[in-house]
Design a protein around this ligand. Sequence first.
Ligand code: UD1
Length: 420
Amino acid sequence: MEAFRVERSGPLKGDVRVPGAKNSVLKLMAAAVMAEGLTTLTNVPQILDVEIMAELLRRLGCKVEHDIATSTVTIDVPAKIGHKADYDLVRKMRASISVLGPLVARCGEADIALPGGDAIGSRGLDIHMQGLEKLGCHVHSEHGYLIVRAENGLSGANIALDFPSVGATENVVMAAVLAKGNSNIDNVAREPEIVDLCNMLVKMGAKINGIGSSVLEITGVKKLNPTTHNVVPDRIVAGTWAIAAVMTQGDITIHGVKPSDMELVLEKLRDTGAEIKSVEDRLNVSMHTRPKAVDIVTLPYPGFPTDLQPQMIALNSIATGSSMVTENLFEARFRFVNELARLGADVKINGHHCLVRGKEILSGAPVEGTDVRAGASLVLAGLVADDVTYVTEVHHVDRGYSNFVENLTGLGANVKRVEM
Ligand code: UD1
């Protein structure tokens, strides 16, 4: 079993580059299957989830190449594609579900194994299904698969999502752009990764109005064309490096970011006492004292991202003062808090609230990274803990962070990947 061996380090100093967003590239790869021919994605992160999505698309009949040197993925989509996503891949990565919309749009049918992925909650699919049913799909489950059929094709519809779910918005939008007629989709998610997907769909020939707002008006088109698209920067990876600078009282310049996608996160980090400067696609975060604790409430974008909640609990655990962190998206995300407590953090959970009383220093111990963000956050905590911390289940971190250890050591951290 592999683990990260983390020694107390810092202040972290230097430069780090952020790749394209995991939560965008996977959906862009799925969207590519809607157009026959060669789609090219640039600024692709070198992460495990990209390889899983590439394999899924290959099994649908596409030729997929990932050139790591140029951070480019090419997807050559044949005239006829398969419509089945198997359990062995879907269980490894929940985002496999994002081929659902493209497959019903392109083939009129999709069989998708019910997903697994991060252990961060029950993560229903009801909103995806309600939206697709409105567009004319029949859905049932059989032998662990979701069977989705649009025997008479897809037709535009007025749809109001119960909740601005990221995944449901993406699936419904991808189906609606190839449906017959107009769709009006209300209460959609507005995450920068959704904007990125809509922008790519428009380049492919889709007609979408209201991109970036909570209502999308879509006029269906008969066919889409392949395109070339540069993946939006990963605001969660950028936020992780910014939090690392604050926790270790360091000075990090993060390159390749889009600061306008991170306004609330940067505001919260300023509240901890950090100095933050942004110039074009560069963000400099420096910290000269122990951070002040800040309250956090996770909400859909433009609210505070749930994917940076564990990192902020880690930060609050070594801050001056107490804070309340409220998680509104994934009920099981606080599983990570029990691991942080093993490092000596003073954390108390009550329902979806976590009370954190800051301590000057944590205490190194073996801990388990229960999901991609939990694993990264425990490594950050290990940097401000005495002695040595071992973070296991590193495969979760590999799903979301390219060259995680190399980037950290480049900033002066004492972190190694070791066999346990
Ligand atoms: C995506 C991101 C994930 C991020 C999350 C919220 C990817 C690959 N993952 O996940 O990193 O944390 O957005 O920003 O992009 N829900 C339902 N029924 C549904 C759909 C969702 O009840 O049909 C619930 C979920 O259980 C969860 C909440 O809605 O409690 C948010 O989920 P959603 O926005 O769909 O997140 P994902 O797309 O799974």
